[in-house]
Ligand binder design. Structure first.
Ligand code: KG4
Ligand code: ZN
Length: 335
């Protein structure tokens, strides 16, 4: 069964065709990130406008690349939550129109469930249950994936998301948006032991907190400026990356040990971080757990992951009527 996925929850307008939740047939992404970088972050109104301009062409291209017509699809899956609401609604309305015109079922997909499903594209044999850290620009969750459509949140950030912390620290250090890739790049030539950054204290064994860490970086930058010194950007980038990667890996591995997870996965934009991948890999091996990591091209926002999860939502009977609404927030464990 072919599913066309549509994704427009942030600054990527994406469409992709996936067969039976696993086999990638096409994957098209049009991003407004270069324009957003001028403003140091995503301007929702710009994102919405670019989605409107791009969505038809991106979807047509995804069908053409797969050698299919709308008639050949089994369903149209779309990110309906969570995300920038104006942006989400562009994808939702487009998907409704296409589903109605082609007479196909409309499948609503939760964006973070999609991020987790990116792993199904990379690892054809992966099946729940497994434990997953979902770390993106807006969310940081440690999730027990009990079934394809059944999730239990064990821990979450109590303030900033991991990606958001990367983005804010990058801005403080004068590095370009998006912060994750630019901090990782700068860190390559830095000394991760150069700055001693705090380990935030947080209630809840699997919860994380990053606002104190971010503030510590800002304070170091200000203190250096007051002394008339320049912060060593590469060293700070490396020290920050090391600290945040350690925190995320430690919490995920603690949850893995406590729950006896046999498989541990990463998902979301921050899952592209090389140091995080390495720490999780090393730690899980010590626990005797299998590690699954999404291919780099499926870490950031894309529609292949939406089509993949869409297949399992469809199989679970999650089909929307044409009055489907977009939602800015919604728990991954919604029923
Ligand atoms: O999942 P995603 O593409 O979009 C959201 O759903 O938010 O995640 C974007 C976030 C951004 O904050 C970006 O800075 C971060 O993922 N990111 C990274 C890396 N690549 C992207 N963070 C750390 N290291 C990276 N290599
Ligand atoms: Zn995302």
């Amino acid at each position: 069964m072919y599913i066309l996925g549509i994704e427009s929850s942030c600054d990527e307008t994406a469409a992709a065709v996936v067969e039976d939740g696993r086999i990638l047939r096409s994957n098209v992404i049009s991003s407004s990130v270069k324009e957003q970088a001028l403003y140091g972050g995503v301007v929702p109104e710009i994102a919405s406008r670019r989605h409107i301009e791009a969505v038809s062409a991106v979807a047509c291209r995804a069908l053409a690349d797969a050698g299919l017509r709308a008639n050949d699809l089994g369903a149209v899956a779309v990110t309906f939550a969570p995300g920038l609401i104006g942006a989400v609604l562009v994808g939702v309305n487009f998907a409704k129109g296409l589903a109605y015109a082609a007479g196909k079922p409309l499948v609503p997909v939760h964006h973070l469930r999609g991020h987790i499903a990116a792993n199904y594209l990379t690892h054809p044999d992966l099946a729940p249950p497994f434990l997953c850290l979902v770390a993106s620009g807006g969310h940081s969750h440690i999730v027990q994936v009990e079934g394809y459509c059944r999730f239990k949140v064990l821990g979450r950030t109590v303030d900033d998301a991991a990606g958001e912390a990367f983005d804010k620290v990058a801005r403080t250090l004068g590095l370009p948006y998006p912060g994750g890739p630019s901090v990782a790049q700068a860190a390559k030539t830095g000394d991760a032991k150069a700055y001693r950054l705090p380990v935030p204290k947080v209630e809840g064994r699997y919860n994380v907190s990053f606002s104190g860490l971010k503030t510590a970086v800002i304070n170091e930058v200000h203190n250096a400026a007051q002394r008339g010194e320049e912060i060593r950007v590469a060293d700070m980038a490396a020290s920050f990356q090391e600290r945040i990667a350690q925190i995320l890996a430690k919490k995920l591995l603690a949850a893995a040990a406590d729950t006896g997870a046999k498989t541990v996965a990463l998902a979301g934009g921050v899952a592209a971080n090389g140091r995080l991948r390495q720490l999780v890999n090393d730690g899980a091996q010590k626990l005797g757990a299998r590690v699954v990591l999404p291919e780099l091209k499926f870490c950031g926002d894309n529609a292949a992951m939406i089509a993949a999860q869409g297949y399992y939502e469809y199989m679970d009977g999650n089909i929307a009527a044409l009055d489907l609404n977009g939602l800015p927030t919604l728990g991954i464990d919604y029923r």
